[in-house]
Ligand binder design. Structure first.
Ligand code: GAR
Length: 192
C-alpha cells in the first residue's frame, strides 16, 4: 500500500479528485493544510482522513516549519507527497529529503506560465493576456526549481472566446487536473 500525504491550501478540489478516484493500493494517510479553515480540511473530515494544519506563520524560520512537516511525514511513513493547490514554496532542504517522492499539479502546460509568481488564477490571467489558444495542466516531480522537475503527465485544454480567468480555471480543472493528478499517482504506485 502506498501511503500518500496530500498538501493543500484552499478548496481542495484536486484532493477530492484523488479521493474519488479510489486508486488501488493507494491510501491517503494524511492531509496537511498550510492554512486553517479551508474547505480542503472539510473534505478530509468527510472522508475520515486525518488532517493537520501546519502554518509557516507559527514558526520563526522556514527550517523549523519544514522540520515540523518532515517529522509528521516520517512518523506516518509517507511514500508520496502530493502538492494539490499547496501555495507554499518548499526549500531545497525539504525537497532533497524526499527526492522523487513529491509531485505537484500545475494549471498550465509547463514550461509556459510557470515558476515563481505563477499560481492559481494568476496562471490563467497570464495565459489569457498572452492570447494562447490552448493551455492545460501538468503533473511533475518537485525539485529545487519552482515547477522545474521532471514532467509526469500533461493534458491540453482549449481556451474559448470570452473566457475569463475563472472560466478557464474551471475548465482546466475539470478537463485536465482532476484527470491527470489521480492518473499520475496510480502510475507512480504501479511503478514502485
Ligand atoms: C489548482 O488549479 C492547482 O493547479 C493550482 O491551484 C489550484 C488549487 O485548487 N496550483 C498552483 O497554481 C500551484 N502552482 P484546489 O484547492 O481546488 O485543488
Amino acid at each position: 500500500m502506498l501511503k500518500v500525504a496530500v498538501l493543500v491550501s484552499g478548496g481542495g478540489t484536486n484532493l477530492q479528485a484523488i479521493i474519488d478516484a479510489n486508486i488501488p493500493n493507494v491510501k491517503i494517510e494524511l492531509v496537511i493544510s498550510s492554512k486553517p479553515n479551508v474547505y480542503a480540511l472539510e473534505r478530509a473530515k468527510q472522508h475520515d482522513i486525518e488532517s493537520k494544519v501546519i502554518s509557516k506563520r507559527d514558526f520563526t524560520t522556514q527550517l523549523e516549519y519544514e522540520n515540523a512537516m518532515i517529522k509528521i511525514l516520517e512518523e506516518k511513513e509517507i511514500g508520496l507527497i502530493v502538492l494539490a493547490g499547496f501555495m507554499t514554496i518548499l526549500s531545497t532542504h525539504f525537497v532533497k529529503m524526499f527526492e522523487r517522492k513529491i509531485i505537484n499539479v500545475h494549471p498550465s502546460l509547463i514550461p509556459s506560465f510557470c515558476g515563481d509568481g505563477f499560481y492559481g488564477l494568476k496562471v490563467h490571467e497570464a495565459a489569457l493576456k498572452k492570447g494562447v489558444k490552448v493551455t492545460g495542466a501538468t503533473v511533475h516531480y518537485v525539485n529545487e526549481i519552482t515547477d522545474g522537475g521532471e514532467i509526469i503527465l500533461q493534458k491540453a485544454v482549449d481556451v474559448l472566446e470570452g473566457d475569463t480567468p475563472e472560466t478557464l480555471q474551471k475548465r482546466v480543472m475539470e478537463q485536465a487536473e482532476w484527470d491527470i493528478l489521480p492518473r499520475a499517482i496510480a502510475q507512480i504506485c504501479n511503478g514502485l
